[in-house]
Design a protein around this ligand. Sequence first.
Ligand code: FAD
Length: 482
Amino acid sequence: MTLRNSLVWFRRDLRVDDHAALHHALLSSRHVFGVFVFDTDILAGLPPDDRRVQFLLDSVRELDARLRSLGGYLIVRHGRAAQVIPALAAELDAESVFANRDYEPQALARDRAVLETLRAAGRSLQTFKDQVIFERDEVLTLAGGPYSVFTPYKNAWLKRLAREPEALRPFETAPHAAALAPAPADHALPSLAALGFVPNAAPIARPGMSGAEHLLAQFEERLARYDHDRDYPALDATSRLSVHLRFGTLSVRRLVAMLQARIADGSGGAGAPVWLAELVWREFYMMILARHPRVVTQSFKQAFDAVAWDDGPDADALLAAWCAGRTGYPLVDAAMLQLERTGFMHNRLRMVTASFLTKDLGIDWRRGERWFALKLNDYELASNNGGWQWAASTGCDAQPWFRIFNPVTQSKRFDPDGDFIRQYLPQLARLSGAAIHAPWLARPGALAQAGVVLGMDYPRPIVDHDAAREKTLARFKAIRAA
Ligand code: FAD
């Protein structure tokens, strides 16, 4: 034991089990305090009923309760983390602050500022790998550089894991909990109102570690069918764990260990390796962001920064229609309404709506990315940026730029009976499975029978897909020719 007092700074790791920073602090300190900061630098600009803030507060409450059951507690502060953390370390006389690494450029800048202030006061900041199995420089090409295509990255990632099974060893905390500093008598947590927020009418279900446990237990039953079912938005086939992975209410090591066990005993079926690949996508995009922070504002493939996106007054109106779910393409609109009403959007639909914005409406991917960032419960810079650049063909994608999703074909393929569309567009509910994907092509009699007047109950398409496709091909060809 080398330290008297230390402070664990919880950020996107709101759990007590298998927690690298907490584990190391407990092993090296006599008294360990924990803190979470509602960072005003991050909260500023969010709508007052932002679901994520409520989810965070609920998860923080559960974290505090779990720490208290182990003999500790969680200090919760509201302010600029870059100032709050060094001030709190001084107040507690903590020699060191322990935190798990965050790879987003703004977080890295914040951590550098905290480190400098702590250092000037004779304290230290120790950071640990926790939110990924392998971080930015751990999976490299034979030449020692970063991968820019997913499949070879995934193969190298899997090989490294096979060589290094200890990468999944959990960081124990409970056996060392005696070092946790007990709560003072006046310990209290802030309310949502004290943070300047109000409850959302449709909050994120199942916050905290217990929420993650519940979703995981349910998903484990569906895992073996994931490879097939995951593409159908009307099915409850994916895990819905993204918001938990985002805020660290469960450990990714645990998920990968579970998958390995189920692949080994055969109970994971064909679904388990496919789900594992999704977790590797998450790390791939985190690696891309860490190695190429310019992707936050620029195309990964730099030549595509020259794409002439539509940015005239029409583009503003088209963007507004896309955001509001009024494009006239039912699958796109139902997806955008799912996002607005729940804060979630199915992966297939994220691809369809992002392709629609960039390839059908010709609008800059950064504008769609911003809308998703505002609305997604699981918003995560690396995956969102990666997903948008993939859809816009400006990113690290093995597919060529002329991949353009046809929104009607996607609808027929992945929502064949229109069940998903009906959930969000009840005005189309009485249209047949065949007509619901493209109501403007339905026979007038069929529309009348279903009680749909196009242009009144539901918009006509705001763009003609075939014409838009030609425009997009020309837009991208111009880059190639330049
Ligand atoms: P599951 O299918 O159960 O997958 C398990 C986990 O793997 C997910 O929770 C997620 O952590 C990870 N994952 C799955 N697919 C991907 C992927 N394509 N890229 C990276 N990680 C993946 N995911 C986010 O977590 N945050 C985002 O902000 C985000 N924005 C996206 C934007 C676009 C345009 C696209 C195409 C995809 C985006 N994704 C994002 C990836 C993916 O859509 C979501 O992770 C997934 O839909 C979440 O649902 P789930 O937890 O049920 O996923």
